[in-house]
Design a protein around this ligand. Structure first.
Ligand SMILES: NC(=O)c1ccc[n+]([C@@H]2O[C@H](COP(=O)([O-])OP(=O)(O)OC[C@H]3O[C@@H](n4cnc5c(N)ncnc54)[C@H](OP(=O)(O)O)[C@@H]3O)[C@@H](O)[C@H]2O)c1
Length: 346
């Protein structure tokens, strides 16, 4: 099953809004086939694993391991539980059930009815962690939210600057951490920043230091303060602007009406409807605080550099110990998980 997880991870960022899935076929303790779900709309992991087996006559005495319940419905591809039955597999071992309404146990039932031995909940917690974006999206009907910021050793995310001072951000984290952030961007459906961050830093919010698709850019500009020259409004990348002001942007920029009474829960509902499975929030402090106060966050990744600012924009605070701490170059990375939204409470 851990090999399934490894394979599944290869699809991270490519399969949205689908889950990431890996499959391994074992005959007499030897792996004879494996595959994963490469991209949204493409063949599922089970199909790729079955296709990779050189001698199909062995399938009837083999076990298929798969980190997610095989599907039972005709979506963009035919049902995998049907293929498993047709190929006469002997046994199937699954980590997580698929809560997607048109599967939700029906894949397991189909295989049991066909006389296939089925085992579920194998390394279930690890499987749920790997597919946390998809599982949260389906179970909570909102995107999985990851907050990220970099703070100085004395707890500031920036110096106090005039909005639009053209100086650009003062980097707190090092080169390695900044590259890692681009990798993270490539793994999520969308990236969100607050209006002040755009006015201060004019970020382009794309994937440059890593390969992968650009996420959808999102900003909350209730009062229409963004200038047309902002890079986020260049129309080159899918972008959603929540705004209370009538705006007509060019290219791939779309607006969603958001009057001052609009709350984070409304933003999440809109993003769910737009099939945004995960949101990577890159600040600033007020936007992070809104997520923290509303409880609508799942994970926070906080870089702490060695630099001291003495005064400036205060970093948000999470009043608990990090679940994980790592050293990345010269920077410390603390990862927090929201215990209230963690599907397994771990
Ligand atoms: N070190 C880091 O990791 C990092 C990362 C990003 C930014 N920064 C720095 O952070 C500073 C900006 O942070 P900031 O706290 O002043 O502002 P911010 O969080 O970037 O933007 C806040 C603004 O966004 C708009 N907004 C709309 N809906 C909101 C909601 N539900 N919750 C929060 N904001 C909402 C509001 O403007 P309207 O009311 O007009 O809509 C609000 O004033 C800059 O100096 C930037 O360089 C640092």
């Amino acid at each position: 099953m851990r090999r399934c997880f490894e394979l599944a991870r290869k699809g991270l960022g490519m399969t949205l809004a689908n889950p990431i899935v890996g499959a391994v076929i074992v005959y007499k303790d030897r792996i004879i086939g494996e595959g994963y779900h490469h991209e949204f709309g493409g063949p599922h992991a089970e199909v790729n694993a079955i296709r990779s087996v050189k001698d199909p006559s062995l399938l009837s005495q083999s076990t298929l391991y798969c980190n997610l319940e095989p599907c039972s419905h005709h979506g963009k591809t035919p049902p995998c539980s049907m293929l498993i039955q047709q190929k006469n597999l002997k046994r199937v071992v699954v980590s997580n059930l698929d809560p997607f309404p048109s599967v939700n146990g029906k894949g397991i039932k189909h295989m049991l009815d066909a006389g296939i031995e089925v085992e579920t909940a194998c390394l279930e917690e690890e499987g749920a962690h790997i597919n946390r974006r998809f599982l949260h999206y389906i179970n909570y009907r909102r995107p999985y939210v990851i907050l990220k910021w970099a703070q100085t050793a004395d707890g500031y995310i920036d110096l106090e600057r005039e909005l639009g001072d053209q100086e650009g951000p003062r980097w707190i984290s090092d080169e390695v951490s900044r590259t890692l952030v681009h990798k993270w961007r490539s793994e999520e459906s969308a990236i969100m920043v607050g209006t002040n961050t755009i006015l201060s830093d004019n970020p382009s919010l794309n994937v440059r230091r890593w390969s992968g698709d650009n996420p959808v850019r999102i900003t909350l500009d209730r009062n229409g303060r963004l200038p047309e020259s902002a890079q986020i409004l260049d129309g080159k990348q899918e972008t959603i602007v929540f705004t209370g002001v009538q705006q007509n942007y060019a290219g791939k920029t779309h607006t969603v009406h958001a009057d001052p009474s609009y709350e984070m829960v409304d933003v999440m509902e809109e993003l769910f409807d737009r099939r945004i499975v995960s949101v990577f929030v890159e600040g600033g402090a007020r936007l992070h605080s809104s997520f923290l106060e509303s409880g609508l966050w799942d994970e926070a990744r906080v870089f702490t550099g060695k630099m001291l600012f003495t005064q400036g924009v205060k970093a948000p605070e999470i009043d608990e110990k990090p679940d994980e701490s790592l050293k990345i170059g010269d920077t410390k990375l603390d990862v927090y998980r929201n215990k209230m939204t963690d599907l397994h409470g771990s």
